[in-house]
Design a protein around this ligand. Structure first.
Ligand SMILES: Nc1nc2c(ncn2[C@@H]2O[C@H](COP(=O)(O)OP(=O)(O)OP(=O)(O)O)[C@@H](O)[C@H]2O)c(=O)[nH]1
Ligand SMILES: [Mg+2]
Length: 301
């Protein structure tokens, strides 16, 4: 066999990270792939799209898929679309990874497990946020209860925040992928382009800045992206769903919007190799989260 021939035991496939909101799926995707591909905030329902992150190893290539948190009581069209996106990504996967929070089991965890159990996929449980459980032995009863809920192939305790035990999770997933040549060319990291990553970064910084003030009514759309003299110029619209939210997002004398722009630009400087000029506009689009056309325009449907 020539040295360039692929290893006969090479494995490749999709691993969907599925679970209720806020358990740390996006943090896990980022640490597993080694790049910040998916935005992270302390607020539940942060992720709204399917986000691919490819990790290529000597013996395997794992196409991780981050998904929106599955949740009941999805009354708005946006929430229904998020649940559909997560379910579709799960169904298309080769391996399902149920992400849960150490020592917590809520009705939405049950919902996520039910969705997973409907597929015939191999299932691994990633028990995240173990840093919060001290002493560590206190985790054992929880792991026992979890093992009784489903025939998981493995239960892997991790701390995504400190990258603790991530290799064990990665290896457990890789071992259950189908034998297959790599699905993506070497070096390919994600299928999301620059406008998406810029819009998401702005949404992350805005969500962090707003705390609870504008509940779930924000979307960001990159309207124009041009390049001039090696500098990228971006016009991005921040959609709010009520007139009254506009001054909250802008802040006194525009201070809040300026801070969001500055921190988004700093974060993006780490991703891009170019300087970036960011123009942010706040636009009112009444009840966009219940408007099918708006959701399509935002790539949410
Ligand atoms: N203490 C601790 N916090 C964590 C850990 N992993 C993630 N977090 C925090 O948990 C919060 C939610 O993390 P995300 O990665 O956004 O969670 P998610 O499951 O993607 O959430 P949705 O996108 O809303 O479904 C953030 O504040 C993270 O910093 C961990 O291992 N330990
Ligand atoms: Mg997320």
């Amino acid at each position: 066999m020539s040295p360039a021939a692929p290893a006969p035991q090479f494995r490749s496939g999709y691993a969907a990270l599925v679970g209720r909101p806020n358990v740390g799926k996006s943090t896990l995707l980022n640490v597993l792939v080694g790049h910040k591909l998916s935005i992270v905030t302390p607020r539940p329902q942060t992720t709204r799209h399917r986000i691919l992150g490819v990790l290529t190893l000597p013996q395997a290539q794992i196409a991780f898929v981050d998904t929106p948190g599955l949740h009941a009581h999805a009354s708005r069209a946006l929430n229904k679309a998020m649940n559909r996106t997560a379910t579709a990504a799960l169904e298309a996967a080769d391996v399902a990874v149920l992400v849960v929070e150490a020592s917590k089991w809520l009705p939405d965890d049950e919902l996520a497990l039910e969705r997973i159990a409907r597929t015939a996929h191999p299932v691994i449980a990633a028990v995240n946020k173990i840093d919060r459980v001290r002493p560590r032995e206190r985790l054992l009863p929880y792991l026992g209860e979890l093992a009784a809920r489903h025939a998981f192939l493995a239960l892997v305790p991790v701390c995504a925040l400190k990258a603790d035990n991530i290799e064990a999770l990665r290896d457990a997933i890789a071992a259950h992928l189908p034998l297959s040549p790599a699905l993506f060319p070497d070096g390919e990291l994600t299928d999301r382009g620059l406008p998406f990553r810029i819009a998401e970064t702005i949404r992350e910084k805005l969500t962090l800045e707003l705390n609870q003030e504008v509940p779930y009514g924000i979307a960001v759309e990159v309207e124009r992206l041009t390049e001039e003299d090696g500098q990228l110029a971006v016009d991005a619209a921040i959609w709010v769903d009520r007139e009254g939210q506009k001054p909250i997002v802008i802040g006194a004398r525009g201070e809040r919007l300026k801070r969001v722009g500055r921190s988004a630009r700093l974060a993006l400087n780490g991703i891009l190799e170019q300087r970036l000029h960011l123009n942010l506009w706040v636009k009112v689009r009444e009840n966009w989260a219940d408007n099918a056309r708006a959701l399509r325009e935002l790539g949410l449907e």
